[in-house]
Design a protein around this ligand. Structure first.
Ligand code: MG
Length: 256
């Protein structure tokens, strides 16, 4: 009977139905399930829709990506005070100390984000005072940018950390001064009443090395005090002005 019902529902739903149905059947009628298993054809567990989109890659950028900074201008960005006015030269974006953070005009939910960054040429300061910037996901959760070349600091504040929450799994030195972050982010979910129903998660590859592995986000990034739960919808990518001449290039995002 289980198999009869299974064949009567749409093909795309059959896998889930089959798996739960098979589990229940195994518990209740183990021998019957084993019999059904042996009667299955390979095609019973294959389906054909929906078909995944076909992408091409141009200079490392997937064809469905939103290019947030291509080296030319800051048209996709703004600042708290209005126009984004960090320095753009030689295809590179540089923090303008005192100008404040910049953020994307567009707001996002779940995404894959690619950012390349470089610590200042002139090394000065130490710890959190050396080459500090940051990438805020949905405007609330900072993936730290910091000079990590022989620059000790608290481990949950280093490059690749989910700032003040989770240290990176490794400290990865840039091969040619330019660092690469590939960030896969799933936004937290909230009920209509603003209660957290699912924590956000983040995976970060730093120069190709996994440094955050599906890390749960406890709440907002706070310099002093514990993370806070703040209900929110889609939010911007924010780049932090921490007073250091950190550079960025080649920033793109894919919505997930
Ligand atoms: Mg920072």
């Amino acid at each position: 009977m289980g198999l009869f019902v299974y064949l009567a529902i749409p093909k795309t739903q059959q896998m889930n139905f089959f798996l739960s149905s098979a589990l229940a059947t195994t518990l209740l009628f183990g021998a019957t399930a084993l019999q059904a298993q042996t009667n299955m054809k390979a095609s019973d567990t294959e389906y054909y829709s929906p078909v995944p989109p076909t992408l091409t890659i141009d200079h490392g950028i997937p064809s469905d990506a939103i290019v947030l900074f291509d080296g030319k201008d800051l048209s996709k960005w703004k600042s708290e005070k209005g126009k984004a006015n960090w320095t753009v030269a030689n295809n590179v974006l540089e923090v303008k100390p005192g100008a404040g953070a910049i953020e994307t005009n567009e707001h996002f939910t779940d995404f894959q984000l690619h950012v390349e960054w470089k610590s200042p040429e002139v090394i000065k300061g130490e710890g959190q005072g050396r080459g500090n910037s940051g990438i805020f996901l949905q405007g609330h959760y900072e993936i730290q940018v910091l000079d990590n070349n022989n620059n000790p600091t608290y481990v949950n504040g280093g490059a690749g950390s989910l700032y003040k929450q989770r240290p990176p799994l490794a400290q990865v030195i840039a091969p040619d001064k330019w660092h690469v972050y590939d960030i896969i982010y799933k936004a937290p979910q909230f009920s209509k009443d603003g209660i957290l129903t699912a924590k956000g998660t983040v995976t970060v590859l730093h120069n190709g090395v996994v440094v955050q592995n599906n890390t749960q986000i406890d709440g907002t990034t706070e310099y002093i005090g514990l993370p806070k739960q703040i209900s929110h919808g889609p939010g911007p990518i924010i780049l932090q002005d921490h007073g250091d001449l950190v550079q960025f290039r080649n920033i793109w995002l894919r919505k997930l």
